[in-house]
Each structure stands twice: as structure tokens, then as C-alpha cells.
Design a protein around this ligand. Structure first.
Ligand code: NAD
Length: 294
């Protein structure tokens, strides 16, 4: 029987995952808070509901892909939100990058209404989501993850179990702390190399095969060299993830000086007008600083 799936939060990731599931013969209904986004996606052929409760009316599987902890709390716990509207016995797969405590709070509220939850942030971007090549990080009861498997298998190359609900969010936060730091140092280093007189493509050709390279350097810098800063992964999400890492450190009283200084630079990029652009636009910020002053 065709499984009925709702996707709440149809942004870059949610809509890419919805498209992947739709093409894999799931019956997919989406909802996004933004009326503009709902209209755009309807035009692109997605089936969109006009509220969370409409989206969940006859759905046994609910995916959420939302920007931050506040959006997750509102969508899950709000009046006529997911916890209030989900059918008893439904399974929710929470895919956002948020803090472990918010994840546990919404999962407990859902469990109290007989709704099972898998904590499942993802590694990989919209292209990987569209082609089913995400890495899925799964926290929760193994029996719930097993129930989620038909979905996880379509979205990802593999999934890894990290422990109870909340543990997958912690893993995702520290992964992204590494990612943001990687891209930041690469942008600073690359801008310095160019300012020192090396032709950008020649610099890339060497750095992309040398010891300092990273996954995100070879994935994102070719776009930057073409002047393409469209997201991908938005600058504001990078700043949010670093803030989550700092908050996680504060909660367990561990210093995170590298996350703190990285967050300041992402915040600076936002203040300098790079909101909405891919995190590789950090390179533009550094290149502006490298411009010779007369
Ligand atoms: P996005 O900003 O493109 O999409 C988020 C969508 O959620 C928006 O369309 C927004 O209108 C909608 N939304 C906000 N509040 C809502 C609510 N209360 N109810 C319903 N919809 C609501 O962000 P994205 O890039 O799709 O990222 C989504 C999540 O996945 C984030 O937590 C992000 O950190 C994480 N993530 C993103 C990537 C990536 O490469 N983009 C990769 C891995 C994880």
C-alpha cells in the first residue's frame, strides 16, 4: 500500500526530500509556513496543504525539516501543531539541526499522545537529498527507526544509530561545528593566496588535491570560483549551528573557543549582507577585505 507522508517545512531540504519520496511512489503532502513558498511549490507540481492539521489529517508518517529550535517548537507544540494534530500511532521523523533539549521536549510531548519519534538530522545538502545520498543520523528506539526504514532507505545512502532521542542532534551539531570551521579557514586561506598574487583557478587546482583540503572545500569552492553563491546551505543556518554548538558547550560547562570565534565571523558575514547566500560567500567577505586600499 502507498504510504501517506506529510513533510512540514518545505524549504531547500524539505522540498528536495519530498521530491525524492514522491518519485519513489510515496503519497506526499507538504506544508510550509510561508505562503509564497507554498505557491511556488504548488506551481512546481508539489501537493501542498494550507495548515499543519490539514497536512496531517490522514498521514501515518510525518517528516519535519525546519530552520531552528524556535520553528520546531512552534510547529510541534503550537495550537493545531503536529502534536495536537497527528494521528495516534503516527511516526514522526525530525530532520532539522536543532539542540538536543528541544528534540527531547517535542518527542516527550508526542509520546504522551501515542506518536513515535525518530531524531534524525542529516548530513548532505539539497542535491544529496534529491538523489537519496544523504547520511542519516538516527537517535531513538530501534523499533521506531526500523519503522522509519522505508523512508530512510530512499533518502540516504546509509543511516547510523547514535543512541536515544537527542543524541543524533548532538552528533549533527558537532559535525556542523567542524563544517563551519572548515569553510571559514578555507575562505580566509584562499583569499590570502589570491591576494598574494596566485591566480584563483591555479590555487584551487593545487589546494583541492593537497593536505589542507576538506569535503566542503572541494564541494563548494568550485561554485565560488564561478561567482555562484546561491544556497546550498545558507549563511544564517551556519551561524545558527555554531550558536547551537556554543549553547551545547555552555549547557555542559565545556569551553568552545573555536565555535565562538567562528560564530562571530558568520555573524559578521550576515551583518555585511551575505544572508541568504551559501556559506562559501565567506570567501567574498574576505576578498572585500583583501581589496587594496588607496
Ligand atoms: P530553509 O530555510 O530553506 O527551509 C526551512 C523552511 O521551513 C522554510 O521554507 C520556512 O518557511 C519553513 N518554516 C519555518 N517555520 C515553519 C513552521 N513553523 N511550519 C512550517 N514551515 C516552517 O532551510 P533548509 O536549508 O531546508 O534547512 C532545514 C533544516 O535542515 C535546518 O535545520 C538546517 O540546519 C538543516 N540542514 C540543512 C542542510 C542544507 O544543506 N541546506 C543540510 C543539512 C541540514
Amino acid at each position: 500500500m502507498t504510504q501517506k507522508v506529510a513533510v512540514i517545512g518545505m524549504g531547500q531540504m524539505g522540498s528536495a526530500m519530498a521530491a525524492r519520496l514522491r518519485d519513489s511512489n510515496f503519497d506526499v503532502l507538504g506544508f510550509d509556513l510561508s505562503a509564497d513558498q507554498r505557491a511556488r511549490l504548488t506551481k512546481d507540481g508539489f501537493r501542498m496543504a494550507s495548515s499543519i492539521s490539514d497536512a496531517l489529517a490522514d498521514r501515518s508518517i510525518i517528516l519535519t525539516s525546519l530552520p531552528d529550535p524556535k520553528a520546531v517548537s512552534e510547529a510541534w507544540l503550537g495550537t493545531a501543531g503536529i502534536v495536537a494534530s497527528a494521528q495516534k500511532g503516527a511516526l514522526c521523523i525530525e530532520l532539522s539541526t536543532i539542540d538536543p533539549q528541544t528534540m527531547r521536549t517535542v518527542a516527550e510531548a508526542a509520546a504522551a499522545r501515542g506518536v513515535a519519534v525518530v531524531d534524525c538530522p542529516v548530513s548532505g545538502g539539497p542535491n544529496e537529498a534529491r538523489s537519496g545520498k544523504l547520511i542519516l543520523i538516527a537517535g531513538g528506539e530501534l523499533s521506531d527507526i526500523t519503522r522509519a526504514e522505508p523512508i530512510l532507505q530512499r533518502l540516504g545512502a546509509e543511516w547510523k544509530h547514535t543512541g536515544g532521542v537527542g543524541t543524533a542532534k548532538a552528533v549533527k551539531i558537532v559535525n556542523n561545528m567542524m563544517t563551519m570551521g572548515n569553510v571559514l579557514v578555507a575562505a580566509e586561506a584562499f583569499a590570502l593566496g589570491v591576494a598574494a598574487g596566485v591566480e584563483p583557478q591555479k590555487l584551487y587546482d593545487v589546494l583541492s588535491v593537497s593536505g589542507g583540503r576538506s569535503h566542503h572545500f572541494t564541494k563548494r569552492f568550485p561554485n565560488a570560483l564561478k561567482g555562484d553563491f546561491s544556497p546550498g546551505f545558507k549563511m544564517e543556518l551556519g551561524e545558527k549551528d555554531l550558536a547551537l554548538a556554543i549553547e551545547l558547550g555552555r549547557a555542559i560547562k565545556m569551553p568552545t573557543p573555536s565555535a565562538s570565534s567562528s560564530r562571530e565571523l558568520y555573524a559578521l558575514a550576515l551583518a555585511e549582507g551575505f544572508r541568504g547566500q551559501d556559506i562559501v560567500a565567506l570567501l567574498s567577505m574576505y576578498q572585500n577585505w583583501a581589496a587594496p586600499t588607496k
